[in-house]
Ligand binder design. Structure first.
Ligand SMILES: [Fe+2]
Ligand SMILES: [Fe+2]
Length: 241
């Protein structure tokens, strides 16, 4: 796969991630461009070999300085340790940084200096041309203050670690082996089934046409019900004795 070009997976939504074959997983920041609004979801690792790929892919569609918002779904280093590197290019406070209150408390520990806009369950962000992003909290999946984002135009969910997967045999789009790769990720990393059930109940009336997780593969509409059924069937908390 060409490591210098972003791939448009939906209307204005670009995959700007990479697959780390040695580690057996992919890291998937996504870029959403709507008019002057340029939103980067879960920007990623600060390791030079990771950051340079993400940077190059973003630059294949738009200059980094044009980013207007960064959304961070939880505080893990694989999705937000690179934010200070983006600050060096865009400038501190020259973009909006969005997270839940609980996530926002931990972000300064990475040396992030941009002020954080905190969001709550159900908040809607309006982008250029009236395109709307809804934020949905996902408690304990897998962090107390985790949330996901939902693009109302394309009905795409940026699901962070939910629907994520570990796989040495990675594809950009989920195939028939994906639910097994999801299982390997979820069973140890999610502590309790009630967190999944509660989230599934919360989103049951939300129409989903695409899911973009932070690891693993992009899930197209035809695979969503299969992946949702799998998610509900996992025996999570597998490291508990
Ligand atoms: Fe995580
Ligand atoms: Fe992650």
């Amino acid at each position: 796969m060409d490591d210098s070009k972003a791939i448009e997976v939906n209307d204005g939504i670009y995959w700007v991630g990479f697959s780390d074959e040695n580690a057996g997983f992919s890291n998937n920041p996504y870029l959403l461009i709507e008019g002057e609004s340029v939103v980067l979801f879960d920007p990623g690792s600060r390791l030079p070999e990771h950051f340079e790929i993400v940077k190059k892919k973003i630059e294949s569609v738009i200059p980094i300085e044009k980013i207007t918002m960064i959304v961070v779904h939880h505080q893990d280093p694989d999705l937000c340790a690179s934010i200070p590197l983006f600050e060096e290019i865009i400038g501190v406070n020259n973009f909006e940084l969005i997270a839940t209150m609980r996530t926002s408390l931990l972000l300064p520990y990475y040396g992030i200096r941009t002020e954080i806009t905190t969001v709550e369950d159900g908040d809607i962000l309006e982008l250029d041309n009236g395109r709307e992003i809804m934020f949905i909290t996902s408690p304990y999946l897998h962090f107390a203050g985790a949330h996901v984002s939902y693009d109302m135009k394309t009905k795409t969910m940026f699901s962070s670690d939910i629907f994520a997967a570990f796989s040495a045999d990675w594809n950009l789009y989920a195939n028939e082996n994906y639910t097994e790769a999801m299982r390997i990720f979820h069973e140890p990393y999610i502590a309790h089934k009630s967190a999944i059930d509660s989230f599934a109940n919360k989103i049951k009336d939300i129409e989903l046409k695409m899911i973009c997780p932070q690891h693993g593969s992009v899930i197209k509409e035809e695979s969503i019900s299969r992946c949702m059924e799998a998610l509900l069937s996992f025996e999570v908390g597998s490291w508990l004795i």
